[in-house]
Design a protein around this ligand. Structure first.
Ligand code: UDP
Length: 421
């Protein structure tokens, strides 16, 4: 498929693929879209990634390479808007997209939309031009709302369009068998679903060994390092990790260090969550052993993962969880909540351990098991790396996406497999 010069539009209205990752609402979706775009461009696609311009100082176009760029469309005020408030600007986004096509003379035969707001954009485009739509949910309202005490006003609209896109898109890409089952059980039995996981860069993640990583971070060989990486969002369950660490037995026998990596902004929702977590850390007497290094860049992340004895992903809900496969690619075992995509990426007792979400006691026991048994931890980490190499490398994942798009474009009459396949 190299050199096919085919065009594809990736649409990610609220997740800008060109921004810094690890701050408010910039996480897995941004990384996914950027990684898919860059990987496809290497396979011969001309990739344009469309997002909403959320800051007046941002350039309208960012070239990642000569075949892949981010295009920021003006839709609503040029400032950060929480994703639950963005939908009213989606019609403007569609008209700006159509204007861009008219002005540049570029027509996209295929659009891959990301998250439900972008799914609506794709559904509108299908009404006015001949275009195939592939959709990835990234998060499902039907599951997310089960773990929230306050349901946002937009919920009804979101659930409606999540069903509509499943029934009308040419193909939905679920990132795990668990997500495919959720779609069928909770959203609709109609529709065409293919399972293609998220990927990770196995050259970057895994590029440094534990000893060297600890030298760089000035962490002694005898310290037991527990790592969290992600956004400060209550759904990420950082509180469960902190309480589990305070309760684990090994705390009395070994020198522990807790690293909570991720960016935040004062006065914004992630800043409030960071403050709340810091309060719990201090209340439980963990202040001395806990560090908040802030946002970790792509070049820092492999060092932190490699230096850690264990990475913990204690989310209440996790559609896929890129952090899990990044840590695994670095040979670090993962303790995750027994939910969503983590049930797919983590093989219990082989690449890590799964615990019921919010169950501090279970997480404490899992920490004790891994931290007190370095041979077990090492074996888990080695198998984890192998699992990522075989199943979650970007090269393999991008090839599967490439094949899917080509099948759709080359065989217009072909229907993808049914959701229950
Ligand atoms: N991330 C990062 N720097 C940080 C915190 C997070 O680059 O300080 C990245 C992390 O490496 C991962 C993504 O943000 O690639 C988070 O994706 P995940 O699917 O784990 O969670 P989401 O943010 O989508 O809920």
């Amino acid at each position: 498929m190299k050199g096919n010069n085919r065009r594809i539009a990736l649409v990610s209205v609220h997740g800008d693929p060109a921004v810094e990752i690890g701050k408010e609402e910039a996480g897995g979706q941004n990384v996914y879209v950027r990684s898919v775009g860059e990987a496809l461009s290497k396979q011969g696609w001309q990739v344009d990634m469309f997002t909403r311009k959320a800051d007046a100082s941002q350039p309208a176009i960012v070239e990642h390479n000569s075949h892949c760029r981010t295009i920021r469309l003006k839709a609503g005020p040029e400032e950060f808007i929480p994703r639950d408030n963005i939908f009213s600007f989606a019609p403007r986004f569609v008209s700006e997209f159509l204007k861009f096509q008219d002005v540049t003379g570029v027509k996209y035969p295929i659009v891959h939309t990301n998250y439900w707001i972008s799914s609506w954009v794709g559904m509108q485009l299908k009404k006015c031009q001949s275009i195939k739509q592939v959709h990835t949910y990234h998060s499902l309202g039907a599951i997310k709302y089960q773990s929230l005490s306050t349901i946002p006003m937009i919920a009804k609209t979101r659930l409606f369009f999540e069903k509509a896109v499943l029934e009308t898109a040419d193909c939905v890409v679920a990132t795990s068998p668990q997500e495919r089952n959720h779609l069928q059980d909770l959203v609709s039995t109609k529709g065409y679903v293919d399972i293609i996981p998220c990927g990770t860069d196995i050259r970057n993640f895994g590029s440094i060994g534990k000893e060297k990583a600890r030298q760089v971070l000035k962490i002694a060989a005898d310290e037991k390092v527990v790592l969290f990486v992600g956004r400060f969002d209550p759904r990420k369950g950082i509180e469960t990790l902190v309480r589990a660490l305070a309760a684990c037995k090994i705390r009395r026998q070994a020198k522990l260090k807790l690293i909570i990596g991720g960016g935040w902004r004062e006065g914004e929702s992630d800043g409030f969550e960071r403050e709340r977590i810091d309060g719990i850390v201090k209340e439980l007497g963990l202040g001395e052993i806990t560090i908040f290094p802030g946002r970790l860049g792509r070049e820092d992340l492999p060092i932190y993962y490699a230096a850690a004895d264990v990475c913990v992903v204690p989310s209440y809900y996790e559609p896929f969880g890129l952090v899990t496969i990044e840590a695994m690619a670095c040979g670090t075992p993962v303790i995750g909540s027994d939910v969503g995509g983590l049930q797919y990426t983590i093989i219990p007792e082989k690449t890590g351990l799964l615990c019921p979400p919010k169950d501090e006691k279970a997480f404490a026991d899992a920490l004790d098991r891994i931290l007190s048994n370095p041979d077990f931890a090492k074996k888990l980490g080695q198998t984890a790396r192998l699992r990522v190499e075989t199943t979650f490398s970007w090269d393999g994942v991008a090839k599967q996406l490439n094949d899917l798009y080509c099948l759709m474009l080359d065989s217009p009459g072909v229907k993808m497999g049914p959701v229950s396949a």
